[in-house]
Design a binder for this molecule. Structure first.
Ligand SMILES: Cc1cc2nc3c(=O)[nH]c(=O)nc-3n(C[C@H](O)[C@H](O)[C@H](O)COP(=O)(O)OP(=O)(O)OC[C@H]3O[C@@H](n4cnc5c(N)ncnc54)[C@H](O)[C@@H]3O)c2cc1C
Length: 291
């Protein structure tokens, strides 16, 4: 099937207007941002929304800024803007690592952070990135807004905490001292989805790891949060042995499926190797041992 089923279309020019439209149109309405995930699904008839609310003209939703120690990213911020952001590259360089290997310029010029997170596809790179840096997301409805941690945002494959009549408006990441971060991905060819990818962030306190965040893409039904490996790292001095142990946990705690990208054993192995590499690079960056 290469054409979507018929649908109604509405263009919103403000967040309030988009939410009012979503409330009025009910549970069969969907937001459309870049359209790079939703439109292919509609063409394949895997998604059949009766109405689309287009948010591309809501300029107030496209920004990356630092306010009172928090980096705020508007939901309509495009991949290309995340790639080029010096603010993100300075504080959380794993965004640039990831954006350099997400799809191609056509997708990056249009696809948004809000769409990536709301798609809740386990293979999305940005979901692992945001989980690793312990981001929070802002979900707005008609009467109020809620702030939800990335750990609670994805409630299942292709399912999020965003309810009917609500939309995601912002991603928030706290600046914390001693931060270093990295994203490592293996793909079949340039611009492809990951066979496996690992995002890691560490926050150093002197020579010890005060806190860590690690998440995996494409090796489970949802983004995998490696809380057991994070616990292992907390309070420890970084070492190759420690990173290798975290890699072993990653191999154990992921749950990949065999497909055209490879068999289960290969993906488990890859998840471990990429976790070790991401931690090594994140720590080197935190300790200013890598540019
Ligand atoms: C050829 C190709 C290769 C790709 N490769 C990669 C890759 O390597 N890595 C990767 O991570 N991604 C990849 N992508 C996906 C790409 O990153 C998409 O841009 C992203 O998945 C969705 O963003 P979007 O803005 O296009 O969302 P859309 O397609 O517009 O929307 C996706 C979903 O999110 C919902 N949504 C969007 N915005 C909001 C909002 N603000 N509030 C509530 N719901 C919202 C929509 O209703 C829909 O359900 C690829 C896509 C293509 C087409």
């Amino acid at each position: 099937m290469q054409t979507p089923a018929p649908f109604g279309y509405e263009r919103a020019t403000s967040v309030d207007g988009a939410i009012a439209a979503l409330q009025r149109l009910g549970s069969e309405a969907r937001v459309i941002a870049g359209g790079h995930s939703l439109l292919p699904m509609m063409k394949l008839r895997l998604a059949n929304p009766e109405h689309l609310v287009d948010i591309n003209e809501i300029a107030e939703l496209a920004y990356i800024r630092l306010e009172e120690g928090v980096i705020r990213i508007g939901a309509l911020t495009r991949h290309v803007d995340l790639l080029k952001s010096e603010l993100l590259a300075e504080h959380y360089p794993l965004f640039r690592d990831a954006e350099e290997v997400i799809a191609d310029p056509v997708v990056r010029n249009r696809g948004t952070i809000g769409g990536s997170l709301c798609q809740a596809d386990a293979a999305e790179d940005l979901s692992a990135v945001c989980a690793a840096v312990k981001a929070e997301v802002v979900i707005r409805g008609a009467d109020a807004e809620r702030v939800v941690s990335m750990a609670d945002f994805h409630v299942g494959p292709y399912m999020t905490a965003v309810g009917d009549g609500e939309m995601l408006t912002e991603v928030r990441i706290k600046l914390r001292p001693g931060a270093g971060s990295a994203h490592e991905k293996v793909e079949r060819r340039a611009g492809d989805w990951a066979i496996a990818a690992a995002s890691a962030a560490v926050w150093m306190d002197g020579s010890k790891i005060a806190d860590a965040g690690i998440a995996l893409s494409a090796v489970g039904l949802t983004t995998i949060h490696l809380s057991r490996a994070e616990e292992l790292l907390r309070g420890e001095a970084p070492s190759e042995e420690l990173f290798a142990q975290a890699g072993e946990i990653a191999s154990e705690d992921c749950s990949p499926m065999a497909d055209g990208r490879g068999p289960v054993d290969y993906k488990r192995h890859l998840a471990g190797v990429l976790t070790t590499r991401a931690l090594r690079r994140a720590t080197a960056r935190a300790l200013h041992q890598e540019a």
